[in-house]
Design a protein around this ligand. Sequence first.
Ligand code: FEO
Length: 395
Amino acid sequence: MEPVKLAEGIFAVGVTDWNIRDFHGYSTYEGTTYNAYLILDEKITLIDTVKASFSDQLLANISAIVDPRKIDYMISNHTEMDHSSGLPRVMHRIGEDKPLFCSKMGEKNLSKHYPQKWNYKAVENGETLSLGKRSVTFMETRMLHWPDSMFTYVNEDKLLFSSDAFGQHYAGPEKFDDQMGDDIFPHAKKYFANILMPYAPLILKLVDKVTEMGLQIDTICPDHGIIWRKDPAKIIKTYVKWSKMEPTRKALVVYDTMWHSTEAMAEVIAGALTEEGVNAKPIHLRKCHRSNIITEVLDAGAILVGSPTLNNGLFPTVADFLVYMKGLKPQNKISAPFGSYGWSGESVKLITKELEEMKFDIIDPGVRLQYRPDAEGLAACATLGKKIAQALPEE
Ligand code: FEO
């Protein structure tokens, strides 16, 4: 990615990772970017770095604008290594003694990642740093999504460096929202669902706080994907909507299957939901990546989970999905389990336990069928689908 001018003296200097397809378990079929930003002022400032393997490219992008050795300040908004593992190379180049601004937790966490004794300057929430003609204000955003996370706001340009928030794993020729239109929103939704969903209550509080402060934001520069300059309010409003997780008339019937019995049940349940006007679909866990399913979970009102019993337990992909979903803390879901079995048949009980732990509203004990589903068993599945449909809100 070539440097891109964002405002007078402010540039995006990050890199594009065209070929990444798995980001710690999240499918990134369209690659991603690691964004970093350069401010030219009396104090030349770099905000965030990139993955270590892209450090030379970052330095080359900076060099196209200014000699990296002239950088005065380094700001680290977030310790996760897609943004910080470039620090050793960058600090070595710009000067190991240059001030490195981060949150207090950032100093602790960076010290636990890198042995170098950098010149840390831990900042307070709300602290302002003058760069010369401009100043930046730091906003702690603890647990959005690491304890060290913070935003950096450029007061004069009304420009927010938002770290992971408002990001998307997307690599393309476009750099700005106005170049892409609403096509960027599915990528932003997937990012929100897989990275930020557990922190939805904190996002609502943060948006309230920023609104109370009357902070004007003309541009949002996240650390992944495109920059929001045409309509930053739209992604903020959409974050509020996603964070509320208000139930919709949409149902997911997520399952795996060994000899197509649980699959037949899933299809009948989904069919009955569809007949009742619900946006429903069966989702086979070995045909669809968990991170794509979670994107659908975000705005679904109902999640039904089905598994065969394998060796007295859940089918492994179902266990994987339940663990992943539980960690992401989706809210306001109605639910029911289902499954087939040969002799012991523990799967429905095990799914129920997980759904209870997720605080889903289990509106039916579910359907549990032995070996091949017969007509009576499939009718029970249809009844389950109709019961779920009746419990979902009308639109
Ligand atoms: Fe893009 Fe939390 O790192």
